[in-house]
Structure formats: C-alpha cells, structure tokens
Design a binder for this molecule. Structure first.
Ligand SMILES: Cc1cc2nc3c(=O)[nH]c(=O)nc-3n(C[C@H](O)[C@H](O)[C@H](O)COP(=O)(O)O)c2cc1C
Length: 169
C-alpha cells in the first residue's frame, strides 16, 4: 500500500510553504503519496504514516501554528515517524553547516520523539510588514537564501527513510 505523508508547515510570508511544497513534490517523485498543508488546517493526522513539520523562525522561535500543531497532535505524532525542519537564516549559513533546532523546536521534538531536524535558509523580500522586517530590509539584509538543491536532497533522503519504514514493518 502507498504510504501517505503529511508535510505540515507554519509560515508568515509564504516562503516556508514553498519549501514544504517542494518537499511534498519530491516525496511524490519517490512514489510516496505526500501532500503539504498549513499546520493550522490539519485536523487529523490519522491517515498519515509519517509527518514532516516545518516552521519559519521568528525571534528565535517556531511560529505559534507549529507549536500548536505539536500540542494538538502530540499523542498521534508520537506513534508516527516525524521529521522537522526550520527555515530562517537570511544568509548562506544553513547551506554551509548544520544549524540545530531553536530551544522551542528542540522541546517540541522531544515531546513527539521526532527523528531529525534540519535548518534551511529563509527568504525576506520587500513588502514584508513589521518594524523588525522593515529594519532588516533597510539594512539590505533581506533576500532569498533558500537552497532548493539542499531541500530536494534532504527530502529524497527522507523519502528513502520513509520507504525503509514500510519494508521494516
Ligand atoms: C521579525 C523577524 C524575525 C526573524 N527572526 C529570525 C530568527 O530568529 N532566526 C532566523 O533564522 N530567521 C529569522 N527571521 C527570518 C525568517 O525566518 C525568514 O524570513 C523566513 O524565511 C520567513 O518565512 P515565511 O516566509 O515562511 O514566514 C526573522 C524575520 C523577521 C521578519
């Protein structure tokens, strides 16, 4: 039977949603029935054998939708294989080295026994609202630092692990 995977995401300006869509599309290319959806809209993870949860980083934290997703589905998540990702750094650092989870993501990972965490670069573009966002843009520190090769490579490796779960069961 085909495995179903939910790629749930929390985003403010949409760049993490695009990462989640690429992750889901990569899983589908690997023969897995994967879909991406906003974490706040996912009411039941019963139909999924594995979950990938991604959140943008704001002020050193995961977004509330991702934290709520973990709280709401804690028990079901513990019974499933779960991977998590964060997206944030507005520089090439995430492509150059492993960046561990921020404390709130680390705590969430422990609670749901998540297998692995990865940080991807983020994107901040003109038009973003808010004082800090405007400040970052005025200092010319915005831009798109998402590394879609790294995202696809990670998703392909994760697909292999998901397929191995089925073979092992
Ligand atoms: C107010 C603000 C705070 C941010 N704080 C962080 C942070 O603590 N760590 C980080 O890596 N990136 C931080 N970023 C960068 C965002 O995580 C990045 O722009 C991300 O790609 C946004 O994702 P989204 O488009 O899905 O909302 C911050 C951006 C803004 C505007």
């Amino acid at each position: 039977m085909t495995q179903r995977v939910m790629v749930a995401y929390a985003t403010k300006y949409g760049s993490t949603a695009e990462i989640a869509e690429v992750v889901a599309a990569t899983l589908r290319n690997e023969g897995i029935d994967a879909e991406a959806a906003p974490a706040s809209k996912v009411t039941d993870i019963g139909p999924y054998s594995a979950v990938i949860l991604g959140s943008a980083l704001y002020m050193g934290r995961w977004l509330r939708d991702a934290r709520r997703f973990v709280r709401r589905h804690q028990r079901a998540l513990r019974e499933r294989a779960v991977w998590v990702f964060s997206s944030g750094p507005l520089d090439p650092s995430a492509s150059e080295r492993d960046i561990g989870p921020v404390p709130s993501a680390g705590r969430a990972m422990c609670r749901i026994h998540a297998r692995e965490h990865v940080t991807f670069g983020g994107r901040l573009e003109a038009g973003a609202k808010g004082r800090v966002a405007r400040m970052i843009l005025e200092e010319d520190r915005g831009g798109d630092f998402r590394d879609f090769d790294a995202i696809t490579t990670w998703a392909t490796a994760t697909a292999a692990e998901i397929k191995a779960l089925r073979e092992g069961s």
